[in-house]
Write a protein that binds this ligand. Structure first.
Ligand SMILES: [Zn+2]
Length: 188
């Protein structure tokens, strides 16, 4: 893994990897794909350093982490949403006014394009067990060439006032979604 990182010459990418590795635990193929998606979104949407971004990841695996550690979009600050669709895809947008439309970008790891990189392709489709150290050089070589992206229009939701309810069964407090009387634990 160290030898792969040593091949990287771009100082910005290296600095990003230095932050990502301790956060994610190691440099996985998925985390690196998330990093490439993050950089592509930054370029297309012209996101400046420190600018707020909002992210929806279509998988829980790996890809959210670079957006959390490098983009400051976390589940806790609600700028990162996970839609578990099992897809290597992500939608990114900048901050926009409430109840209005904002431009975003959806980026997908495109299986038509990964075909040109046999190890990466086999890893992606899980047709063979390929270690990260063999996938990463292909990801590095491919760069942006393996992604497809499109601009999307997103609705910025109106922030609803938070209402707290005491559950009629267990007595614990919870945030109301509608007008339910029982908490999620008690209705499970
Ligand atoms: Zn309850």
């Amino acid at each position: 893994m160290e030898s792969i990182i040593k091949q990287i010459e771009d100082p910005e990418l290296l600095a990003q990897i230095e932050k990502l590795v301790p956060f994610h635990g190691y440099l996985s193929s998925g985390a690196f794909i998330g990093l490439q998606m993050f950089n592509l979104a930054r370029k297309i949407l012209e996101i400046q350093e420190g600018e707020r971004i909002y992210v929806t990841c279509e998988t829980r695996n790996c890809i959210p982490d670079p957006f959390q550690i490098l983009g400051g979009a976390t589940t806790g600050n609600k700028r990162l949403k996970i839609k578990e669709l099992g897809k290597m895809a992500v939608t990114v947008n900048k901050q926009g006014p409430e109840d209005a439309k904002v431009e975003g970008i959806r980026i997908l790891l495109d299986a038509e394009k990964t075909k040109a990189y046999p190890k990466l392709h086999a890893w992606y489709l899980n047709t063979a067990k390929i270690p990260h150290r063999e996938v990463l050089p292909e990801l590095l070589a491919a760069g942006e060439a393996i992604y497809s992206w499109e601009k999307v229009e997103l609705e910025v939701p109106v922030r609803a006032k938070k209402r707290i309810q005491r559950c009629e069964k267990c007595g614990e407090m919870f945030i109301l979604h509608k007008n339910e009387l029982l908490c999620g634990t008690c209705t499970e």
